[in-house]
Design a protein around this ligand. Sequence first.
Ligand code: SF4
Length: 408
Amino acid sequence: PIAPAAPATRRTRQAQVAWGSRVVTVGGDAPVRVQSMTNTDTQDAIGTAIQVKELAIAGSELVRITVNTPEAAAQVPYIREQLDRMGIDVPLIGDFHYNGHRLLQDYPACAEALSKYRINPGNVGKGDKRDRQFGQMIEAALRWNKPVRIGVNWGSLDQELLAQLMDENALRAQPWDAKSVMYEALITSALESARFAQEEGMRQEQVILSCKVSGVQDLIAVYRELAKRCDNPLHLGLTEAGMGTKGTVASSVVLGILLQEGIGDTIRVSLTPQPGESRTQEVVIASEILQSLGLRSFVPSVTACPGCGRTTSTTFQELAKQIDDYLRAQMPVWRDKYPGVEKMKVAVMGCIVNGPGESKHADIGISLPGTGEAPAAPVFIDGQKALTLRGDNIVSEFHQLVETYVEK
Ligand code: SF4
């Protein structure tokens, strides 16, 4: 027998990112989590709270906000308060660079309102100063009982470490190529910082790691190696993935490959939004990646054929879009009312060639008539032909059938 393909299981330790009674587990037996980041100025507390809410409603289970200035740090408790008031309990992550040690110490209400701190080992000072500043951030994490993410990024890699590894490499009998040294520097930076955090008292499971790069093959190489060398929960994402189709495709490809190997406990799709495009798009894409791999289910899936010369009308495309929009719109209500509805499969097909076959594989499916076929649309429910729709109201009648199916 040919076994169906499935993502590999790789058990990491499990971090807990919490706000109030909401605990989002990351790693271990938890599902791969979707997270995202705001692009508002954190000083604009209302604007930031609104965007966090939008991201959370779109499905982001953790939301990161920039905390870059004293003014921004001062607003964090207020942002949290606004969210609590709106009934949004998504944990907030503070993204710190350069001055995080000071902000976490000077603004205890900010340190408390955040549920996790992101530390960039590439910019927390240098030499002894680095250890002191890093230590201060860990001290805050311990004091407030928060997990941290040690987030290495090759755009801000620890240059001293890189220089040291390049010097060591030069002494090798057979020196590595420059890329290998770079990969090693990224991984070493993450692992040494994790070790330091543990020496300061952090439990290993509360230290999430990431090593982000912007090249697909580079990210695969780095994460495969990182996963071999530690069992900390891993935050996975292609940094600076870019805009539109390019960013979407690159992120989907690389996350798909690594998630299939069991690598990655929480993901972020870093898209540059087009002017006017909603930030929530990256959450939708991250969720779709997980659903496509069969790792999670968020919304019922609609299978639709691309259409071809056999379909001169656009009815089936319109119907597919309508059904997809309808199912997504209903999910906030359906999720609690009809547990398991997110696993439902609907097929909307353009003609008799693949229509009936694909419809039988779905929970409910319709095969619309293609050119030259009789004007009839057979509907299949639970793999059986249930009825045939005819006339001008096929779209609304199928819509009704889907609704009835969900209720039943
Ligand atoms: Fe074309 Fe029919 Fe295949 Fe759709 S199912 S792509 S309409 S042949």
